[in-house]
Design a protein around this ligand. Structure first.
Ligand code: NAP
Ligand code: ZN
Length: 349
């Protein structure tokens, strides 16, 4: 089946309307009419070839929500008409220890929603900037939010789970002091989620203009990270800091804010490395520098249900498909509060 999509033919070319092919619905497949798709900074990194290995044409998008239109003969969990989501994962080996543990995100055979190898034409996966997608049932999530919130649910499928998973793993909750660095798509979700989990939340931003906003998102305190004195006030006090920044920067400034056994977890994935941190920043106070990648399928469902229960959605700006290129430029300037979401109905025109 041929569907309309938006993608790029090369890293230095803008995205444009293209036609792509979706596979026939297999016995375990679910065919989804995509209503909305969020724009993640990872889309920009990959469609511009900033990380190695982008295949062109590239159709990004891994914050997908929509409605089931058809299911294969062996599908039991979903039926036509259901509201569903698809995040960053559309396949994995299904039998390794990671898959058995529900951590498909760490399976060596994980297949990302776009730019990963697949037997389907043209040989690599094509993402959610498209009218429809066909996905194995294991990787399709149930959406329990009211339908009028659907566009604002889309960013939960990547920005939500990527911050939820490390918050849970490092046990954010009452009595814990948690920092979120970079108040963009991921960061604003991190603040909302850490607040809902009951942690004391401190937002770190480079943008003075986000100081008041971050409090409204749920931060107890806001630090403008360019201000050394404000940073110093929080020395050796954090249990956990999640860093979402998409550009290389000095990590020692954040390691110094961790108390004994605290962890700085990197989720931001800049195209070039951070300067190496001082070993002394780690050995004093037995601090940990860690990383975390999205989350498994069962944890993504848990996160969606947690958000539905607590009334949590992303703060979004809804755009047309022909505004995608302009929105990339605005994202680079930090000019989005806090996630662009594409109205996929506009792909048709
Ligand atoms: P985003 O919306 O562009 O937000 C990034 C934020 O980082 C900006 O809003 C800005 O916040 C801050 N920032 C940007 N440039 C900076 C600089 N030079 N110095 C200091 N702060 C800067 O991006 P996103 O979609 O949240 O994604 C963030 C990163 O996470 C990307 O690298 C993306 O590829 C990665 N990612 C990783 C995973 C994973 O599984 N680990 C999943 C999804 C995305 P302030 O204005 O508040 O400073
Ligand atoms: Zn993403």
């Amino acid at each position: 089946m041929t569907v309309k999509a938006y993608g790029a033919h090369a890293g230095d070319k803008p995205l444009e309307s293209i036609d792509i092919i979706r596979r026939p619905v297999g016995a375990h497949d679910i065919q989804i009419d995509i209503a909305f798709c969020g724009i993640c900074h990872s889309d920009l990194h990959q469609v511009r070839g900033e990380w190695a290995g982008t295949q062109f044409p590239c159709v990004p998008g891994h914050e997908i929500v929509g409605r089931v239109v058809a299911v294969g003969a062996h599908v039991t969990e979903h039926r036509a008409g259901d509201l569903v989501g698809v995040g960053c994962i559309v396949d994995s080996c299904k039998h390794c220890g990671d898959c058995d543990d529900g951590l498909e995100n760490y399976c060596d055979g994980m297949i990302g929603t776009y730019n990963f190898p697949t037997p389907d034409a043209p040989g690599w996966t094509m993402g959610g900037y498209s009218q429809q997608i066909v996905v194995h049932e294991r990787y399709v999530l149930r959406v329990r939010h009211p339908e009028d919130q659907l566009a604002a649910v889309a960013p939960l499928l990547c920005a939500g789970i990527t911050t939820y998973s490390p918050l849970r793993h490092w046990q954010a909750g009452p009595g814990k002091k948690v920092g979120i660095v970079g108040i963009g798509g991921l960061g604003h979700m991190g603040v909302k989620l850490a607040h809902a989990m009951g942690a004391h939340v401190v937002a770190f931003t480079t943008s003075e203009s986000k100081r008041a906003d971050a409090k409204a998102l749920g931060a107890d305190e806001v630090v403008v990270s360019r201000n050394a004195e404000e940073m110093e006030e929080h020395a050796s006090s954090f249990d956990l800091i999640i860093n979402t920044v998409a550009a290389p920067h000095n990590l020692d400034a954040y390691l110094a804010l961790l108390k004994r056994d605290g962890a700085l977890t990197l989720v931001g994935a800049p195209a070039t490395p951070h300067p190496s941190p001082e070993v002394f920043s780690l050995i004093f106070k037995r601090r940990t520098l860690a990383g975390s990648m999205i989350g498994g399928i069962s944890e993504t469902q848990e996160m969606l249900d947690f958000c539905a229960e607590h009334g949590i959605v992303a703060d979004i700006e809804l755009i047309r498909a022909d505004e995608i290129n302009a929105s990339y430029e605005r994202m680079l300037e930090g000019d989005v509060k806090y996630r662009f979401v594409i109205d996929n109905a506009t792909l048709a025109s």
